[in-house]
Design a protein around this ligand. Structure first.
Ligand SMILES: [Zn+2]
Length: 304
């Protein structure tokens, strides 16, 4: 029997999974991989778009977003989704610089080792081969996204699994393309592409165009956070982007090389799968290696 491939995604808020990785999740789930989603907060501080739901207080919004996430996962064909430490264990920290960041209950204030311990148990339980989260900047600087990266990276180090570790990425060329709107779109036009990375920082490209309908349905489930207009969407800032069926990733770690001294000395392997000859770069705890990894072609499979 072929061992089941296990993909684990660590996201900050309900909706991030669908926007950033929905097509990939739907594709791997449809192809028989085990797909597990861990969401770190309930998204209590999210801005509410529909006028008829704006009365929801943060805790009510959190509860509402649990149901949105349920529907999104159903649309993606993902049956295993959990909240880190259980529902409501960590609270949404709000945008960077807001007083919410100081709430002792929020994820930004969480003890990284403690949260990573909770995640490490999930990694072991589902025998994750691949872990997907954000880069060290949390893709766009939200405290919960940065913390998700830190916690996932630490948990990855804590376990003995040989999991590959990826950050979501938006290559500049695809980001510029996605920002182009139809003439008659009522969404605002994006002028800031600062979340994009140079194309050559992207190691892996997952073409899940076939699963674009599932992704769109999942995004639609997040009614408080996302407005959809055909194949275009906007968050509460009303800046429009095309919904992409191809999603992009940067490999931050190509898998552990087990060694007798694990975990004190852990080899960092290049995406090609080989260790630089004779050298064993030590990944210092909590600090991922430089993400500039790819050379030439992109991988087309997260498990490759
Ligand atoms: Zn988020």
């Amino acid at each position: 029997m072929v061992a089941e491939r296990s993909l684990l995604l660590v996201h900050a808020h309900p909706d991030d999974e669908s926007i950033g990785t929905g097509a990939t999740m739907a594709r791997y789930a449809a192809e028989g991989a085990r797909v597990t989603l861990v969401t770190c907060t309930l998204g209590e501080m999210g801005e509410i778009i529909p006028p008829d739901l704006r009365h929801l207080l943060p805790d009510e919004l959190g509860q509402h977003r649990i149901t949105e996430l349920d529907r999104a996962c159903a649309a993606l064909g993902v049956t295993d989704h959990r909240f880190l430490g259980g529902e409501g264990r960590y609270r949404d920290s709000g945008m960077m610089g807001l007083p919410d960041n100081d709430d002792p209950r929020c994820f930004w204030q969480a003890d990284v080792d403690e949260a990573a311990g909770l995640l490490a148990r999930v990694i072991e339980e589902v025998a994750a081969d691949v872990i997907v989260t954000y880069d060290a900047n949390g893709f766009y600087g939200h405290p919960d996204h940065i913390q998700a990266h830190r916690v996932a990276w630490r948990a990855h180090q804590m376990t003995g699994r040989k999991a590959k570790f990826y950050a979501t990425a938006m290559p500049r060329s695809a980001g510029a393309e996605a920002a182009k709107l139809p003439e008659d779109s009522w969404f605002a036009r994006a002028t800031d592409l600062s979340v994009c990375v140079p194309d050559d920082q992207v190691s892996t490209e997952i073409d899940a165009t076939r699963y674009l309908p599932e992704k769109l349905n999942a995004m639609r489930a997040h009614e408080t956070q996302i407005t959809l207009d055909g194949e275009y969407y906007a968050l509460s800032n009303e800046i429009g982007h095309r919904v992409l069926g191809t999603e992009f990733f940067t490999a931050l770690h190509a898998g552990w090389h087990r060694s007798p001294s694990y975990p004190a000395r852990t080899a960092v392997v290049s995406p090609g799968g080989t260790t630089p000859s004779g050298s064993t770069r030590s990944a210092s705890r909590g600090t991922p290696p430089d993400p500039r990894t790819p050379r030439g072609h992109r991988e087309r499979d997260l498990f490759a």
